[in-house]
Design a protein around this ligand. Structure first.
Ligand code: PLP
Length: 248
């Protein structure tokens, strides 16, 4: 019934990146949906087994944890949730991409705000719109007209040489890449109007699979040099710092 949660974890040369942070978020999402806490030892074992059985240079582990178990039904039953771990191969993202804004809003105060649930249908529709316009991401504003996030990424803007990203109260997901990039570059959390996308000197996205990715077009606005100098530096810092395994 949509009461599921998920995580996408990058696996480099068979090693999951920042797994502990993903498992913390999985637990937070489970609690937010009223699902029992996942057994994190079981999740770690499942990830290790899938990675060992499918060696790929760059992979995406997909952890799905859903309410309900066994025969089809509309209640959660008494057997607890179901965990599925799957692995797909992926490739390093291009350095730049185009994005679109969507004309509907993200609810920054909804019951599911900030949870990584499998109820992403709105994001899927927004992403399809992006694809129709030759873009790979769609950006949402929230109900008060503030910049929020993408369908599967967080957004950063550069204004007068400083890096800013919307705060969590904008309704965005607590992205793991967002947190690392903010820590490593000194980016500030700032309430930003959606219109900032028209004037920002540089714009970039962050996510597990995009890492840091420069935006070269927003709707019909072309950004002259993408990646710009501040974004290029953020990309470099991220590549260097994340090459070390940050998982404790
Ligand atoms: N925002 C949304 C809605 C997401 O689904 C994701 C990740 O898939 C992100 C942001 C980026 O988060 P992370 O850096 O943890 O991948």
């Amino acid at each position: 019934m949509g009461d599921g949660i998920f995580e996408t974890v990058k696996a480099v040369a068979g090693r999951p990146f920042a797994l502990t942070r993903h498992l913390d978020r999985l637990t937070r999402s489970a609690r937010g949906l009223g699902l029992p806490d996942p057994d994190l030892d079981e999740v770690r074992r499942a990830c290790a087994a899938v990675l060992e059985a499918n060696p790929v240079p760059l992979g995406r582990l997909r952890l799905t944890y859903t309410g309900g178990h066994g025969p089809l039904g509309s209640d959660r039953g008494d057997k607890g949730p179901t965990l599925v771990v799957a692995l797909g191969e992926t490739v390093r993202r291009p350095d730049t991409t185009a994005v679109v804004t969507v004309p509907w809003t993200r609810n920054e105060r909804g019951a599911l705000t900030g949870l990584k649930t499998t109820s992403y249908a709105e994001n899927v529709v927004a992403l399809a719109r992006a694809h129709e316009h030759g873009a790979t991401e769609a950006l949402f504003g929230n109900t008060v007209g503030a910049l929020c996030e993408g369908t599967g990424s967080n957004v950063f803007v550069v204004l007068d040489g400083e890096i800013h990203t919307p705060p969590l109260h904008s309704g965005c997901l607590a992205g793991i890449t967002r947190r690392l990039v903010a820590e490593w570059t000194g980016a500030k959390e700032t309430d930003l109007p959606l219109d900032v996308l028209r004037e920002a000197d540089e714009i970039f996205l962050t996510s597990t699979l995009r890492d840091v990715q420069a935006v070269h077009r927003v709707d019909d606005r072309e950004l002259s040099a993408a990646p710009g100098p501040v974004t290029a530096k953020a990309m470099r810092i991220f590549d260097e710092r994340s090459a070390a395994d940050i998982d404790p």
